[in-house]
Write a protein that binds this ligand. Structure first.
Ligand code: ADP
Ligand code: MG
Length: 320
């Protein structure tokens, strides 16, 4: 009996799982996938599926690709109602949810002014251009019709951009894809948006928050489990002109860069939520932003204000 049991154990004992990881460029940033798998050829296929999924979302939501669904919306939705994909419709609904929740701090129509910035080439709208367009930043101009699955802008100058939420969506999609294939332990990131499932070699995952003024330093290294984490910073895409920092997170009230924080990190159950909220809380600033976070269930924040002072949401402070 004992011998048989040993023989059975021997023949069915699984091949030892190994870690696989891959980094690639997509959505104007660096993405990474890392997971444990017991078959190298299958792991390779799975990595390709993750790369394809991120590229698919980029082709749907990029404001820089003229044939993306987003570009089509920006060209046509002010003229007449446009039928859009279910995926786009749902992400737009979530964007509007965050606009309501943050009283307009999160607003994908920031792009009505935002499209005039080019941070790589140090270009920004002049005062007159900004003043002429800032009133067109208003999420209420977006009309979504659930029945016809259409979008309509009721302002000719409205433009949208999903840069504050699309990477989070892409990370969630890839985590879902990995889970569906039976993966238990994994990490997926796109720029400042990451999500982890399971463990890393029986230990928790560790994700660091960068020092906003020193790329090579971390301000904290967080042990994480089954969570999404997103950091929005004023140091990723910016230029400095006449001592003023112009960066890619725009205050919808002014059309100018939001300047009361240097970095905002959000922990949430999904990357879509973490991504939208890190951008929103950055705009709201450390006081109003932290107040909102402390009212939301299952959301934590680490905010570094404009003077470099770091604060933690109540749940993190009490857990320390
Ligand atoms: P990153 O793109 O570096 O991950 P964020 O998640 O903070 O950083 O998103 C910044 C992006 O969000 C900007 O590049 C822009 O596309 C978009 N964005 C900027 N301001 C707003 C805003 N007020 N509401 C919604 N989206 C915004
Ligand atoms: Mg974001």
């Amino acid at each position: 009996m004992v011998l048989i049991a040993i023989a059975v154990l021997f023949t069915v004992s699984p091949v030892k799982a190994e870690w696989f990881s891959h980094e690639f460029d997509v959505m104007g940033t660096r993405a990474k996938v890392e997971f444990e798998h017991n078959s190298a050829p299958q792991a390779k296929k799975l990595i390709q599926q993750v790369v394809d999924e991120m590229n698919r979302i980029d082709h749907l939501m990029s404001p820089f690709k003229p044939d993306s669904e987003l570009s089509k919306i920006n060209r046509l939705a002010a003229k007449s109602a446009l039928v859009i994909s279910g995926e786009m419709f749902s992400l737009l609904e979530q964007s509007l949810h965050y606009s309501h929740l943050t009283k307009g701090a999160f607003d994908i129509t920031f792009s009505s002014v935002g499209y005039l910035y080019d941070f790589r080439n140090k270009i920004k709208p002049n005062k007159r251009e900004k003043e002429g367009l800032v009133a067109s930043i208003d999420f209420r101009s977006i009309r979504l019709d659930k029945v016809t699955k259409t979008i309509k802008f009721n302002n000719l100058k409205t433009k949208i951009d999903l840069g504050g939420i699309a990477k989070g969506h892409a990370v969630d999609q890839c985590i879902a894809l990995l889970r569906l294939q039976g993966i238990k332990n994994a990490f997926v990131s796109a720029g400042g948006d990451s999500r982890v499932i399971g463990k890393k070699n029986d230990r928790l995952w560790y994700i660091g928050i960068k020092h906003p003024r020193d790329k090579n330093k971390l301000v904290v290294n967080l042990p994480l489990e089954e969570v999404a984490i997103s950091t929005s910073g004023d140091y990723e895409r910016f230029f400095i002109q006449d001592g003023v920092r112009y960066h890619h997170i725009i205050d919808p009230k002014t059309g100018d860069s939001a300047r009361s924080s240097q970095s905002v990190t959000i922990l949430a159950d999904t990357s879509t939520d973490a991504d939208a909220l890190s951008t929103s809380i950055f705009v709201l600033g450390p006081v109003r932003g932290m107040d909102l976070v402390n009212q939301l269930p299952n959301i934590s924040a680490i905010i570094i204000d404009k003077n470099g002072k770091m604060t933690f949401s109540d749940d993190l402070t009490n857990a320390k």
